[in-house]
Design a protein around this ligand. Sequence first.
Ligand code: HEM
Ligand SMILES: *[C@@H]1O[C@H](CO)[C@@H](O)[C@H](O)[C@H]1NC(C)=O
Ligand SMILES: *[C@@H]1O[C@H](CO)[C@@H](O)[C@H](O)[C@H]1NC(C)=O
Ligand SMILES: *[C@@H]1O[C@H](CO)[C@@H](O)[C@H](O)[C@H]1NC(C)=O
Ligand SMILES: *[C@@H]1O[C@H](CO)[C@@H](O)[C@H](O)[C@H]1NC(C)=O
Length: 323
Amino acid sequence: MGLLGLNLTCAVAILLLLFSTRICSAQLSSSFYNSTCPNALSTIRTSIRSAISAERRMAASLIRLHFHDCFVQGCDASILLEDSASIVSEQSAGQNRNSARGYEVVEEAKSAVESICPGVVSCADILAVAARDASVVVGGPSWTVKLGRRDSTTASLSQAQSDLPNFTDDLQTLINLFNRKGLSTRDMVALSGSHTIGQARCLTFRGRVNSNTSDIDAGFASTRRRRCPADVTKENSTLAPLDLVTPNQLDNNYFKNLIQKKGLLQSDQILYSGAPTKDIVTEYSKSPSIFSSDFASAMIKMGDIEPLTGSAGEIRKICKAVN
Ligand code: HEM
Ligand SMILES: *[C@@H]1O[C@H](CO)[C@@H](O)[C@H](O)[C@H]1NC(C)=O
Ligand SMILES: *[C@@H]1O[C@H](CO)[C@@H](O)[C@H](O)[C@H]1NC(C)=O
Ligand SMILES: *[C@@H]1O[C@H](CO)[C@@H](O)[C@H](O)[C@H]1NC(C)=O
Ligand SMILES: *[C@@H]1O[C@H](CO)[C@@H](O)[C@H](O)[C@H]1NC(C)=O
């Protein structure tokens, strides 16, 4: 790419020998692969659609993978790197272990793209496109994905542990974790709407459904306890839908559930526990279109977190290992 990838301001800055990375930082652009790999997006879409038609839950898993990538070192596909001599994988962080999934689906999309344009399209961009394509397949909004992210040559297990939210976090902690990534409280609530699809393991909601707190619907708690008893020696991994009503549709039902005290995770229900998020939950519960457009904008914002651009990082040959 060389100078072609740099905008005018940047070229001028170089001519003036002003080596400011701030001025020179390349911007993501939706047409990034138009000349170098015009069929990149359609190839990714075919691959993602077929994976989701084989298993509907994969849509949820792919959206979550992009989130767990972007919150750790930015959207750089660091989450895809497996343990090796130089890498301590983020995949073993508590928030990812036996939980994050879809790695092989991303690897397959990458291999399809490599076969048409070797060494051009980053794994980080594939994650961003896959998340958008997944949303569309399960009835959620579409958006224009900005491209041009490059892949990291490092991973950070410690940042995965510190920067990814936990289901036991209180509201202020959740808000802070998102604010630190440049995402507002409103973005956080919109993005949590991802929990309108997908599944969670018993160990993530055992405490909530077995504690008889006043913020859970009694019938809902009792149903969930049947396959997730209080006794930890009995069960950890049975799955329950995050949205009991429409578990495979990316709609605003999640927010309606919260108002009825039927959020599965403590971190879901807590969004309806008071200012400053309660009113946003109510707003989204009433307006599918406001939720939809806010969700799309927030996904774009999340995809903008600290990308590697220009000559930083690399374009991996396969997603699970550095070149
Ligand atoms: C607000 C803080 C959040 C917390 C505490 C949280 C926590 C969790 C937990 C505990 C699970 C279940 C994991 C398991 O049992 O294996 C889960 C699933 C999921 N999360 Fe979140 N999450 C949060 C925000 C988000 C965001 C921002 C997104 C996407 C933009 C997201 C997307 C998903 C999806 C789609 C699933 C289902 C995945 C599947 O079925 O494979 N979550 N989350
Ligand atoms: C890039 O390609 C897309 C899809 O073919 C097209 O919609 C868009 O207008 C193109 N953008 C530029 C700047 O050429
Ligand atoms: C989340 O919090 C629970 C309870 O405090 C703790 O047992 C668990 O290890 C935490 N999980 C992660 C991934 O930090
Ligand atoms: C919660 O209520 C259920 C059903 O009434 C009961 O079986 C269970 O022991 C209670 N759990 C706690 C922690 O009080
Ligand atoms: C569930 O996890 C807990 C805590 O790690 C462990 O003590 C318990 O044996 C596990 N239960 C099962 C059924 O695997």
